[in-house]
Structure formats: structure tokens, C-alpha cells
Write a protein that binds this ligand. Structure first.
Ligand code: SF4
Length: 277
């Protein structure tokens, strides 16, 4: 939907955003946010917009740090709400002249945290295989959360398999108890029933599974030591439990997980062609 509302209530800054940060576009497929965090788009009227932050320069040298930028998932445009612009008390000559997506901040709301560099796979391209193999200490993780009280979300990711960290759920629960939304990326190899149960109990908001390819030969050529059939089993097992907090049905969850990372519908895969390791 790309309608233009009869009277836009926001300044369209899409061209400027794309000129400076074409690669930085919120992706609702990979990181869906709850509807409660959506706002109205002042350009098309959709209720699928999100607020992101950017440093804004008005006129020659007036910078507004952490400015409120709206990105609409329906029309795809970036804008500044008029109501927000009014709060800045801009002078007539102070038009928007520059935009710096918030790549730095003294009060970050999102962090990627790497629980471990260890992994049970040995992908040929993985930088983590050439790093010191170590886990973050749970007390250091707690210190990170303490140092950034502004955090709203974290992603447990990195050059290792997060679920190999024995304190993974201690860390996830610690973050959630502080009101921080927890997401993670896994290689999908460790989804035993007990791990799945703990993932549900920890209310991990988003589990992203990186599998490189759904073609067994391609998978085997990059995910050395990996077993694609085991990954499929894990995904299917993860899709079964329907937790009360989960907005997706098990069936939709499975499709969502796989489609998001491969662009292909798992219903179309032919497991008879897969080679069991
Ligand atoms: S699964 Fe990920 S972390 Fe593990 S070796 Fe492969 S690329 Fe590295």
C-alpha cells in the first residue's frame, strides 16, 4: 500500500535517508516488532510504521541528536511527524539539511552480544574458527546490561553457537527480567526438547536459524560437520510447542523461520532427496 493521505501530517525524508543510508532499512520480516510498538505513518496513514532514531541537522549547524524518524512498513517511506517537528521550535530557515542514522549513541537501545566463539560446526568461511575459543562470563554479561540501562533489546549472536554457552538461559532470563527483549541467531543444531522448553520459558522473542542452504549438497559444502536433516528435525520440533506468548501458530512459525532465511517454502522441500548423516 503506497497511498498518500489527503493531508500528510509528516515531512517525507525518504530521499535524504536513502541518499545517506540506503542499506539501513528496518526489516519487519527478520525482526518483527509487536503491534504495540507500531505507530501511524503520517504519509500513507498505515498503522505499520516504526520509530527509529537519527541525528538530524537543521539549517547550517543545528544538530538534534536521537531525532524521532518514522519508517513505514506499508509505503516504505521515512518521515518526520509534524507534531515532532513542532516540538523542536525550528526557525523558518532551519530546514532539514543532513541526516545521520544513529550509528552511535551514549544511550543505545539495542546491542548484539556474542555469548561464545565456540561452535559445533566448522564452516569454512567462519571467522570464529580462527578466534580464541571462549565464552563470555555471566557476570560480564550482567555488567554490560548494567552499563546500558537504556537497552530495550539484545540479540545473542556471533561467531559461535550461542546455545553452547552453559549460561545461555541464565543470561536470557536475566535480560528478560529487566524488560529487555531477547532475540537470537542459532545454527539450529541444538534444539533438543529440553532446550526448546527453555527457549519458550525464557520467552525468546525471535529465534533466527541460519542454515546457509536447504540444498543438502550446498549445506554440506559450507556447514562442515553439520547435518541438515538434524537441523530440519530441530526446526520442526521448535515449531510444535505453542507457547502462550508466541504470536504465530506452530505451522506459521515453521514456514516463517525457513522462508525468512532461504526465500523458499519448506513445504516444497523433498526430504527423500536429503542424505541422512
Ligand atoms: S555455524 Fe555459524 S558460528 Fe558455527 S562455524 Fe558455522 S558460521 Fe561459524
Amino acid at each position: 500500500m503506497t497511498d498518500i493521505v489527503s493531508t500528510p501530517t509528516a515531512l517525507d525524508i525518504t530521499a535524504m535517508w536513502c541518499r545517506h543510508h540506503a542499506h539501513l532499512v528496518p526489516n519487519a520480516v527478520h525482526l518483527p516488532l509487536p503491534a504495540s510498538q507500531h505507530v501511524s505513518c503520517g504519509l500513507c496513514g498505515s498503522k505499520q510504521a516504526l520509530q527509529v532514531r537519527g541525528h538530524l541537522r537543521f539549517g547550517a549547524d543545528r544538530w538534534v541528536n536521537d531525532g524521532l524518524v518514522t519508517h513505514c512498513g506499508a509505503c516504505g517511506r521515512f518521515s518526520l511527524p509534524e507534531t515532532y517537528l513542532q516540538t523542536l521550535n525550528l526557525l523558518p530557515h532551519e530546514t532539514l539539511t543532513a541526516l545521520d542514522a544513529r550509528l552511535w549513541s551514549s544511550a543505545p537501545t539495542f546491542l548484539n552480544i556474542e555469548p561464545t566463539t565456540r561452535c559445533n560446526f566448522n564452516c569454512w568461511y567462519c571467522v570464529g574458527r580462527h578466534m580464541k575459543q571462549a565464552d563470555i562470563r555471566v557476570e560480564d554479561f550482567a555488567a554490560v546490561l548494567g552499563n546500558f540501562p537504556s537497552l530495550q533489546a539484545i540479540a545473542l549472536v556471533g561467531e559461535g553457537e550461542p546455545l553452547l554457552h552453559k549460561g545461555f538461559f541464565d543470561m536470557a532470563n536475566m535480560a528478560r527480567e529487566r524488560g529487555i527483549r531477547v532475540t537470537m541467531i542459532s545454527n539450529g543444531s541444538a534444539f533438543s526438547q529440553s532446550v526448546i522448553q527453555k527457549l519458550c520459558e525464557a520467552q525468546i522473542a525471535y529465534v533466527s536459524i541460519s542454515i546457509d542452504s536447504i540444498d543438502p549438497a550446498t549445506f554440506a559444502s559450507s556447514r562442515l560437520d553439520g547435518d541438515l536433516n538434524r537441523i530440519w528435525d530441530g526446526i520442526e520440533a521448535l515449531a510444535v510447542p505453542r507457547c502462550a506468548w508466541l504470536p504465530l501458530s506452530p505451522h506459521r512459525l515453521k514456514r516463517h523461520l525457513v522462508h525468512a532465511h532461504t526465500g523458499r517454502n519448506p513445504r516444497h522441500r523433498d526430504r527423500s532427496k536429503a542424505t541422512r548423516g
